[in-house]
Design a binder for this molecule. Structure first.
Ligand code: AMP
Length: 445
């Protein structure tokens, strides 16, 4: 039988795994610059955490959660998103009491949703995101949006489309939901089954329907701006003014409602169509939430966050050739035992070199020396260390610079000094192998 990965999951290996690390490290580094600190909630949470927060009218809770009873008959869910778990973690550990607010956190890891697999849509995928908790200033929302934008720019993604909307405060949203219900009541019998459900549970969701006929109806629905309280209007104005002043382009999209129940006030999404024309959907999204912390047993304090889909970001970067120069930096030393008898010495020297702080690997096959050089070449090794019987018997080693082809024999006891000197000289060398004074390249031409 052939074993295959589970439908909707994907294997990441070798160069692509490096790409993922590069993207995630870049995101973490910039989040740290913005003074966000890492949190690592567990993958497993009690199902209630998501049902209460993401909302039982959301597609995630209704159709997409990986939920099971554990052996103690407790309902457990593999996290379909991070926010609820982080709020649970923060409440449980009382982090909003002893820290300056907002508490600024970031996270990175896998999430699970039972969705129909398609371009940019997996059942296990990775999210990187942030949550800033416990402070109501609109400038916290701005800080979070600016961070997301800065990360995308640092990865080389220019011309990102930031779509932004406001869902208003609770009173504005209730008034708006009522207006939507009155409007959709005339059409709902002819709309999709999901919309019929949304009409009862949360009519805002209808605006998010992907069925073209329903979208046409939704386009003519009442607009949130006509139902906003003055406070919500002012808040949104502060945010858009700041984006204008900071030169961050955006589009106001009054159909943007987001798929999770806990959002209020500011919501946003980042979109990007790659150079190959692939549209992977939103590459990141987020918003402000007024009641979630309280819903999950904490204080009446708000939060704001966003989440990037790491797979989608890697895909757009790849399509735009923005990962091409992130080549494997190669191996510094390739150690070649020329005889079986030299294997132990090779292993010991290889390890010694690693302890000096240089990358090293040995050839585990006792093959012809020419084949070993080919392997060294394939690994982009800078140096070969050759160990034959003579070297073994006389405590020597041969060091060969694989670009200049120069080689010399040295005493084993001088290994560290020789390698350090060699690498120091190498730093002064040009790509042609000569030192810069005698360089024969024509760099200026
Ligand atoms: P959400 O929590 O639904 O707002 O999703 C945040 C981000 O995760 C989205 O903007 C996507 O980039 C990414 N994402 C959501 N669902 C998937 C999926 N099924 N596969 C891959 N990425 C996804």
């Amino acid at each position: 039988m052939d074993y295959k990965n589970v439908k909707g999951t994907h294997d990441v290996f070798l160069k692509e795994a490096d790409d993922y690390s590069y993207v995630e490290q870049t995101m973490k580094m910039i989040a740290e610059l913005f003074s966000f600190k890492e949190v690592r909630p567990p993958v497993l949470e009690y199902s209630e955490v998501f049902v209460r927060s993401v909302g039982d009218s959301s597609d995630i809770v209704r159709k997409e959660m990986y939920t099971f009873l554990d052996k103690g008959n407790r309902s457990i869910t593999l996290r379909p998103e991070f926010t609820a778990g982080i709020v649970r973690l923060v409440n449980q550990n009382k982090l909003l009491f002893n820290n300056e607010l907002p508490l600024k956190t970031y996270y990175c890891g896998p999430v699970f949703r039972y969705e129909r697999p398609q371009l940019g849509r997996y059942r296990q995928f990775n999210q990187f995101g942030v949550e800033a908790l416990g402070h109501n200033s609109p400038y916290v929302d701005i800080d979070v949006i600016v961070l997301a934008y800065t990360i995308l720019n640092s990865l080389g993604l220019e011309n990102v489309t930031l779509k932004i909307n406001t869902l208003g405060d609770d009173a504005s949203r209730e008034a708006y939901k009522k207006a939507l219900k009155d409007y959709f009541a005339n059409f709902i019998d002819n709309m999709c089954e999901d919309c019929k459900n949304r009409f009862v549970t949360n009519p805002l969701r209808i605006l998010d329907c992907k069925v073209p006929e329903d979208q046409e109806i939704a386009k003519k629905a009442p607009k949130i701006f006509d139902y906003l309280s003055n406070e919500s209007k002012d808040r949104f104005e502060i945010i858009t003014t700041a984006l204008d002043e900071m030169g961050i382009p955006y589009e106001i999209d009054d159909q943007l409602v987001r798929g999770l129940d806990y959002y209020s006030e500011t919501v946003f999404e980042f979109h990007y169509t790659s150079n190959l024309g692939n549209n992977y959907g939103a590459i990141g999204a987020g918003g402000h939430y007024g009641n979630l912390i309280h819903e999950l047993g904490g204080e009446k304090l708000p939060g704001v966050g966003f989440s990037f889909g790491v797979e989608r970001i890697v895909s757009v970067l790849k399509d735009n050739n923005l990962l091409d120069n992130k080549e494997d930096s190669g191996l510094m030393f390739y150690v070649m035992p020329l005889d079986k008898k030299c294997n132990l010495l090779a292993e010991m020297i290889t390890n010694q070199i690693r302890i000096f702080g240089y990358s090293a690997d040995m050839c585990f096959d006792n093959i012809k020396v020419g084949s070993m050089f080919k392997r060294a070449d394939k690994r982009s090794a800078k140096y070969a260390i050759l160990l034959g019987e003579d070297e073994l018997n006389n405590n020597k080693f041969v060091l060969k610079n694989l670009s200049t082809k120069e080689q010399s024999t040295y005493d084993l006891e001088d290994l560290e000094e020789v390698l350090n000197n060699e690498l120091e000289n190498d730093e002064h060398e040009c790509c042609c192998g000569h030192d810069h004074e005698h360089c024969q390249c024509h760099h200026d031409e």
